[in-house]
Each structure stands twice: as structure tokens, then as C-alpha cells.
Design a protein around this ligand. Structure first.
Ligand code: ZN
Ligand code: ZN
Length: 354
């Protein structure tokens, strides 16, 4: 099978021929139909973060495809089912976080496209319990960006406990932000889209933002305050300065939701304002399987629209450069080369799912 592989940090990915992986106990083999490119994949390929993946590895944690085979002891998924392979590739299922509904905080977690090979490939092996079913009514091209960009922004609004008629400011209207704007609307909020690119501000308005703020034309916080300030500010731009602008845009009782991960991220927070204004600062990391099921249900109900462009997997390096240069309308989704059917050699375990 073909896969885009990181052989060394900071070097171009190489689209290589790799052996078809075998699903072990509790695992499924998924033929990937659509595979979204997330900023995290670029951080992974560059080895930007304190905990690094180990090359060679295959990035990609917005993989959507069809279960082609199941390993021993798989009861959750069946051959022929469409599933999504999100960032949370495995969690222990037994720790306090797994038990109380915060599985994305599990300390034993494995991450798709990071600590386990991901979806920039014709096939991927995944833990059956953490492969999330994609309902009929959500096509794979939309499902892919929803699998990280969607669930991450939906969860950010959930943890902020947005209530109708509050104001939500979305800082950064790209792959994540274009969905954040829509979820803020789903939660009933008045929405302010903040970005530096005129096209992104247009996109925010198209998707239902009530106001937009051009952060390239002066202090974004002051502009949000002129609109009355934000009850919730969601930060999706990987720049520490934007976190500080977002903090300064809040009203009393406001919540700052930190989602983006700048490689050298430290923000300075004024203690006096935090205390007197009763500000909460919340970190939000992706979402659970249940959050993703809710994201898919909202999409199937017509509540969200995914903006993406398709590119062949062979374009992976140019696609990453385009994301870094801000040349992408919202999300890039890779098309995988067609699979020669004889390439799929199914073992006896495959029958388990029939
Ligand atoms: Zn992601
Ligand atoms: Zn756990």
C-alpha cells in the first residue's frame, strides 16, 4: 500500500510503498477513503512539540474509510462499516479520566498519526473500540475534517458552557475556525469571527458570523470590546500573541478557551484582571468518541457545512507548505490512490466480521 511517511523531522515526507498492516486482536483494517490534513500533522512532521513521535511514521488523524477486515476478538465494528480514525487512537478505558467521560486526558492514550501510524495511507490499522462509526448522511469528504477540526471546536464550545445569547469570539477562521463559527451558532451565540485575511472574514460571514474583526487593522481586542466584548473567546491561531488578544477581548465572567498549540507557547496573563473580572482560562484538547458522534449527528441533520479542497496524497508536502503560508481556504483533504483489489489479502479473521 502507499503511505506518506515522515523519515526525519523537518524533511519532506516520502510517499512510499509499505506492507499492508495486519489487524491484531481488537483491531480493524480500514481502507482510507479521505484523509484530512491538520496543523498537528505538520507539527508532528517537524517534531515541534516536547513529546515527539518516532520516525519513520505515517501522520494523519482525520482518516475516514471502510472496515476491510477485523482482527480476533473484535465485536464493536464490522466489515463494510464506514469509520473515522481520530486523534484519540486508544485509551486505557480504566483510569479515572476514561471512566468519568474525559478519555482524551487518559495518560495511557495512543494518538493516531503520532504514536501509531495514521491515515496518510491507503490502509490503516486502528483499535476497533476507538474507530468511530460515520453515519449514513455524512459523506467521507465531510467526515474527514469533522474528525479533528469539527470535534475539537465543538468540544471547545461545550467546555465553555456557552448559553444562548452569549457572545463567542472565534480567533482564527481556518480549518478549525470555520467550524467553530458554525458550532457557536448551533449553541445559540452571537458570533464574532476574528482573522487577518479578508477571505477568511468573508468565509466567517458566509457561515453565519454576526460580526467580523480584521485583526490586521489595529488591536483585535479593542475591536471586539467595541462590539461589547466576548463571553467566550476560542483561540485557534497558533500564536501566543493571539491568546493575549483573546484574553483582552473578554467581558466580565468571560472564558478563554485555549485550543491552538503554538510551538513556543507562553502567554502572559494579568492576574488583577483575571481575579476582578472572574475570568476562566480553559484548555481543550480534541474531543471524545461521544463528542465526535454528536458532531456527525449535527452534520447529518444539516447544521454544519464543511469547506475543504481535495488534493492527491502525492501533494502532501506542497499541501503542508500551503497550510503554513495560509493559502488554504479552510481544510485540505487528501485523496488516496485507488486500491488494486488483489492487494488486499484478507486473513481468516476477516470472517469474524461477516
Ligand atoms: Zn488535528
Ligand atoms: Zn485511561
Amino acid at each position: 500500500m502507499q503511505a506518506a511517511v515522515v523519515h526525519a523531522f523537518g524533511q519532506p515526507l516520502i510517499v512510499d510503498e509499505r506492507p499492508l498492516p495486519d489487524p491484531g486482536p481488537g483491531q480493524v483494517l480500514v481502507r482510507i477513503e479521505a484523509s484530512g490534513l491538520c496543523h498537528t500533522d505538520i507539527h508532528a512532521a517537524h517534531g515541534d512539540w516536547p513529546v515527539r513521535p518516532t520516525p519513520p511514521f505515517v501522520p494523519g488523524h482525520e482518516g475516514v474509510g471502510i472496515v476491510e477486515a477485523v482482527g480476533p476478538d473484535v465485536t464493536e465494528r464490522r466489515v463494510g462499516e464506514r469509520v473515522a480514525l481520530p486523534w484519540l487512537g486508544h485509551a486505557c478505558g480504566a483510569c479515572r479520566y476514561c471512566i468519568d467521560g474525559r478519555e482524551t486526558l487518559c495518560e495511557q492514550q495512543q494518538n493516531t498519526g503520532y504514536s501509531i501510524d495514521g491515515a496518510f495511507a491507503q490502509f490503516a490499522v486502528a483499535d476497533a473500540e476507538y474507530a468511530v462509526p460515520v453515519p449514513a448522511g455524512v459523506d467521507p469528504w465531510d467526515a474527514a475534517p469533522l474528525t479533528c477540526a469539527g470535534v475539537t471546536t465543538y468540544k471547545a464550545l461545550k467546555v465553555a458552557h456557552v448559553v444562548p445569547a452569549e457572545t463567542v469570539a472565534v480567533f482564527g477562521v481556518g480549518g478549525l475556525g470555520h467550524l467553530a463559527v458554525q458550532y457557536a451558532r448551533v449553541f445559540g451565540a452571537d458570533v464574532i469571527g476574528v482573522d487577518v485575511e479578508p477571505e477568511k472574514l468573508r468565509l466567517a460571514r458566509d457561515l453565519g458570523a454576526d460580526h467580523t474583526v480584521d485583526a490586521s487593522s489595529g488591536d483585535a481586542a479593542a475591536q471586539v470590546q467595541e462590539l461589547g466584548g466576548a463571553d467566550v473567546a476560542v483561540v485557534l491561531a497558533a500564536s501566543a500573541a493571539v491568546f493575549e488578544q483573546a484574553f483582552a477581548s473578554l467581558k466580565r465572567g468571560g472564558r478563554l478557551v485555549c485550543v491552538a498549540l503554538p510551538a513556543d507557547g507562553t502567554m502572559s496573563v494579568p492576574i488583577f484582571d483575571t481575579v476582578l473580572k472572574g475570568i476562566s482560562i480553559i484548555g481543550s484538547i480534541v474531543g471524545t468518541r461521544q463528542d465526535l458522534a454528536e458532531v456527525f449527528a449535527l452534520h447529518a441533520a444539516g447544521r454544519t457545512r464543511v469547506v475543504s479542497v481535495r488534493r492527491p496524497l502525492a501533494d502532501v508536502n506542497d499541501a503542508m507548505a500551503d497550510v503554513l503560508a495560509g493559502r488554504v481556504p479552510a481544510r485540505i483533504v487528501f485523496e488516496l490512490p485507488a486500491v488494486e483489489r488483489e492487494a488486499v489479502v484478507l486473513g481468516p479473521d476477516e470472517r469474524v466480521g461477516r
